[in-house]
Ligand binder design. Structure first.
Ligand code: AMP
Length: 395
């Protein structure tokens, strides 16, 4: 792997700083945590360090406070949930740096846990400011990065601070991610199929380009498909599109063809006037999307077509929902794909918050080979890009 892991260090009594990904979804009004998967995913590393009597300092970002202190982005609810999960007290200071935090870190006893306040309350975190990175590094003797979800970002806590700590490595979660995703880069069983959905085609154009030399087939779904259909010269009504990316989408289709990679686009759609629960819907083919309606899910023929391809694949990577799965009835395509992926006789890897929610919603999470905690990070990893959060740990 080229980097050390937490198992390579003696942790007894040491101040161990673990960069975790506690960026959990919350209820917008009450800030109650709606899904604690990410906290649970960090438990193997946390428990590993505590079993060895480390002085454990945890740090994370939460949401996008834009470099300012904002109560709604406090990690306080996470500290409370963590307390319940590890059945130990969690020290929770009101900042992540400063004299108060330094003093607390110094006074910690072996086996104690401290969760720092949101790193992104400081603009220096995302700016990867060396002074800020050094302050974080000054809190510990061992630095562990276990935040795969932000490993594709070169921030102070995910990359910068590694330069100031001699003993550094990945946590158990990050190690697992690298092992599973690494299999897709090395020698995946073929056919290797990628299912790419979601809304933002601009984010994924580069991904698709970089995946073309690696995969055998791509199933395109979600709103992204409409930019591709537009690129093919079809009209897409009021569907969500990025018209300025239609040309790039068309180019990808022809490049794929010349490389012998099959890119599938939806052949039919569930259309409606608006994204509303139980909206009146119609099924239409790709050539007949009405000018006043929007495509909000893949249609039944597409589901069948995609299920067939999923059934034939030996390696499957899935990122991004097939439709507006948060709002029934537009969840059907995504849930059907989730079930098909779960039943496939293939190594299956699902990455990205929405696709992970979908496999949970479909009740098939335990049938997926690996559920990645990183959306953007898993995509960049599979593109073959060296993630800054991992590169910083190489000695
Ligand atoms: P992304 O962050 O790019 O992976 O996009 C995820 C979002 O795409 C989800 O919130 C879905 O509701 C949304 N989405 C998927 N399909 C569609 C669609 N056909 N129209 C509008 N939004 C969609």
């Amino acid at each position: 792997m080229g980097v050390k892991t937490i198992r390579d260090f003696t942790l007894e009594g040491k101040r161990v700083f673990v960069r975790v990904d506690f960026n959990v979804p919350q209820d917008k009004k009450t800030q109650a945590i709606t899904d604690d998967t990410r906290i649970r995913a960090s438990l193997p590393t946390i428990n590993y360090a505590l079993e060895r009597n480390a002085r454990l300092i945890l740090a994370s970002h939460l949401g996008r406070p834009k470099g300012m202190v904002a109560r709604e982005f406090s990690l306080f609810p996470v500290a409370e949930r963590l307390r319940d999960l590890i059945k130990r007290d969690v020290i929770f200071p009101d900042d992540c740096i400063g004299d108060g935090v330094k003093k607390l870190a110094k006074e910690m006893e072996p086996g104690q846990v401290m969760l720092l306040e949101n790193l992104r309350f400081h603009p220096q975190e995302e700016a990867n400011d060396p002074g800020f990175a050094q302050k974080l590094a000054g809190l510990c003797e061992v630095y562990i990065n276990d935040a795969f979800g932000t490993a594709h970002r070169a921030h102070a806590s995910t990359a910068g601070m590694a330069a100031y700590v001699k003993d550094k490595g990945v946590g158990l979660l990050m190690e697992k991610e690298i092992q599973y995703l690494g299999k897709l880069l090395e020698n995946p069983d073929r056919p290797y199929l990628a299912i790419l959905g979601g809304a933002k085609v601009s984010d994924k154009i580069g991904v698709i380009q970089n995946l073309l030399p690696k995969v055998d087939e791509i199933l395109v779904c979600g709103a992204m498909a409409y930019t591709f259909l537009l690129g093919r010269g079809l009209s897409v009504g009021k569907s969500l599109v990025e018209p300025d990316k239609a040309k790039a989408a068309a180019e990808i289709l022809s490049r794929a063809e010349s490389r012998g990679v099959k890119i599938f686009l939806p052949v039919d759609h569930i259309v409606a006037k608006a994204v509303e629960p139980n909206a009146e819907t119609k099924v239409v083919s790709s050539e007949k999307i009405p000018f006043d309606l929007m495509g909000l899910d893949i249609g039944p023929k597409t589901i069948e077509l995609y299920k067939k391809e999923i059934g034939l694949a030996k390696t499957i990577f899935w990122n991004g929902p097939a439709g507006v799965f948060e709002t029934p009835p537009f969840d059907k395509g995504t849930l059907e794909l989730a079930k098909a992926v779960a039943e496939a006789k293939a190594m299956t890897i699902v990455g990205g918050g929405d696709s992970v929610s979908a496999v949970n919603q479909a009740g098939v999470a335990d049938k997926i080979t690996h559920i990645s905690t990183g959306g953007g990070a898993s995509l960049e990893f599979l593109e073959g890009i060296k993630l800054p959060g991992i590169a910083a740990l190489e000695s």
